[in-house]
Design a protein around this ligand. Structure first.
Ligand SMILES: CC(C)(COP(=O)(O)OP(=O)(O)OC[C@H]1O[C@@H](n2cnc3c(N)ncnc32)[C@H](O)[C@@H]1OP(=O)(O)O)[C@@H](O)C(=O)NCCC(=O)NCCS
Length: 192
């Protein structure tokens, strides 16, 4: 089967101070650090309670790549191989040249620009190698860290889903939909 790129070699990406590489089974303990952190998982899935869940997730991410359905990278800092974040594309619709981004980062690495660099790196890859025309993101509207990240790299808010999810505080929170089009990305002067 011919595909957009050669899936036989996992694409390692770089940004300022970051290297994004394939998750390996040995990353389970590191992944568990932030996936078990209730603060990181506050607007996401239930925090993990067993490192075996992290191993299982890594297996799933690797299987998804092998099936050519999605790509997820382990974010590491240059010169330090440890995984500190998970960034990737899901819901990849090749016909429509569209995919959705998902991301999370270990809490003690927030506020350093690592997520902006990592998202910038995968967007470059998405708009060039994956030939995407549109990248989407869904986030809880009051997830300020996530909203700031999306705005910083050029996403526009396209819609609001009122009372979209029931959160830990027992109330319903709005969900926001963001989009970034290839033409906006290009006209913002990103080097591709
Ligand atoms: C969303 C998330 C990845 C954003 O991480 P982050 O650390 O805030 O994002 P960045 O790495 O881009 O860092 C930006 C912050 O670092 C600061 N910063 C410091 N050095 C910087 C640099 N060199 N470049 C850019 N920003 C820098 C910025 O001023 C900014 O601070 P601010 O948030 O007070 O405005 C993180 O909050 C997270 O993991 N949240 C939990 C998971 C989650 O909600 N995922 C989304 C589900 S939809």
């Amino acid at each position: 089967m011919t595909d957009i790129f050669d899936f036989s070699t996992f694409p390692t990406l770089t940004g300022k101070g970051v290297v994004l590489r394939e998750f390996q089974p040995e990353d389970a303990a590191d992944l568990f650090v932030w996936r078990s952190d209730p603060e990181v998982q506050r607007y996401n899935s239930e925090p993990m309670w067993d490192v075996r869940q992290a191993s299982q997730l890594i297996e799933e991410l690797r299987a998804e790549y092998a099936a050519r359905k999605g790509i997820h990278w382990a974010v590491t800092l240059s010169g330090d191989g440890r995984a500190v974040g998970l960034f990737g594309f899901v819901s990849w619709q090749r016909f429509h040249h569209r995919a959705e981004v998902g991301y999370d980062l270990r809490r003690d690495y927030w506020g350093r620009g690592i997520a902006s660099e990592a998202l910038g790196a995968i967007l470059r890859f998405g708009f060039t190698t994956m030939q995407l025309n549109r990248v989407e993101a869904q986030t809880i509207a009051d997830n300020h860290g996530s909203v700031r990240l999306l705005q910083r790299v050029g996403f526009q808010r396209e819609g609001l889903r009122r009372a979209y999810s029931l959160e830990d505080d027992g109330t319903y929170h709005d969900g926001a939909i963001y989009g970034l089009l290839r033409r906006d990305y290009d006209s913002a002067g990103h080097e591709v």
